[in-house]
Design a protein around this ligand. Structure first.
Ligand SMILES: [Zn+2]
Length: 365
């Protein structure tokens, strides 16, 4: 009798253990699936905008923004005055934090990929929002403060297994139908100078040449850094791009404050703040243009956070220090988005990076 009871008890125990195991495995598989295959909130945006301006502060976490505000005597950055704000999850398919290539790929295509890939996944090119805009008769502009073949600008115009295939990326960018490209030059782009200059596209290497150009399309590629104060800034390049892109079919413009990331990698706070202020000035120009135009959406965000920047409690401007960085790499912290214009009220408070493409696509097409 006793032995039978024991067997029965064991049986019940095994059933319980099996049930717990099944539930645990099922939950894990579901969570894995949600994480790896269906990340987004699938936001529905019913409004239509003629133009979309995406401004990406590379490496810009919320504490980068708050540190710049502390430095600027507490006045809010322009991006923080925009009517809608929320957070974006930034993971790529790689373990750990995303890089700029994977992140820009996701913004440009709605697909997650592995770090280092440019609008490329599983041996296939992913069509970008910039390519779709051109195919739909819209103009496209790409503006960055680092080399134009770098990961963020390149992900919108090129496809590559590696962000380091610079020559391949340069030739794809030159072969693309992009209307405006502003950024720093490099040897790979210079080697293609004769292909850049065409009947309807000017190859400019200075602000003077850009101002003088009357061609339909324009590449402005500089040897020297784009300054954050004075006349020839990212903000003025944004103005120039907007003037070139304005047309009745609309446009897609991406503007990147590229070196917020670089100076966060090197933990150089002063330079990071300078670059962030330069980027925020470009945000202000984009929003002013959108306000006047009335048929435009502006979305400001980052691709990921860089430097694990933390602001000590009760910190004051004179205490701002390079020591506030706690890493020289990227982190997986959510970044913040700021929106102005048509459709931004439809954006959920927490979105995945894959949602950004869906939002732009629904607005533009
Ligand atoms: Zn970086």
């Amino acid at each position: 009798m006793k032995e039978i009871d024991l067997k029965k008890q064991n049986k019940i125990l095994w059933i319980i253990i099996s049930c717990v195991l099944i539930v645990t495995i099922a939950t894990s598989v579901t969570l894995f699936g949600v994480y790896y295959f269906n990340y987004g909130t699938d936001p529905v945006v019913e409004e239509k905008a003629q133009n979309f301006i995406l401004l990406i502060g590379d490496g810009m976490g919320i504490n980068h923004i708050k540190t710049a505000e502390l430095y600027n005597n507490g006045s809010l950055l322009n991006m923080r005055k925009l009517p809608v704000t929320g957070e974006v999850m930034t993971r790529s398919l790689s373990a750990g934090a995303t890089d700029s290539a994977a992140s820009a790929t996701t913004y440009a295509t709605g697909e997650k990929t592995y770090n280092g890939r440019l609008s490329f996944k599983d041996g296939k090119n992913l069509t970008t929002i910039a390519e779709e805009a051109m195919a739909n008769g819209k103009k496209v502009g790409i503006v960055a403060t680092k080399v134009a073949t770098d990961a963020t600008p390149a992900a919108f115009l090129a496809h590559s297994n590696s962000r380091h295939n610079t020559a391949e990326i340069a030739s794809q960018i030159v072969a693309s139908d992009v209307d405006v490209l502003f950024g720093l030059n490099n040897d790979e782009l210079k080697a293609l100078a004769s292909s850049i200059q065409t009947d309807n596209r000017d190859y400019c290497t200075s602000f003077e040449e850009i101002s003088a150009s009357t061609s339909e399309k324009i590449f402005g590629l500089f040897d020297e850094d784009i300054p954050n104060i004075g006349r020839n800034t990212l903000a003025s390049l944004t103005d120039t791009a907007l003037a070139k892109l304005e047309n009745e079919n609309g446009f897609f413009l991406m503007v990147e404050g590229s070196k917020i990331d670089s100076y966060s990698h090197t933990n150089e706070m002063d330079k990071m703040i300078d670059e962030l202020n330069g980027f925020d000035a470009a945000v202000s120009r984009a929003v002013a243009w959108a306000r006047k135009n009335g048929n435009t959406t502006v979305l400001v965000l980052a691709d990921h956070e860089t430097g694990n920047l933390k602001i000590p409690a009760e910190a004051t401007a004179d205490q701002i220090s390079n020591d506030w960085f706690h890493s020289t790499g990227h982190t997986s912290q959510n970044i913040h988005y700021f929106g102005y214009g048509i459709g931004v009220n439809s954006i959920p408070a927490l979105i995945d990076n894959t949602d950004v493409y869906d939002i732009i696509k629904q607005l533009l097409f």
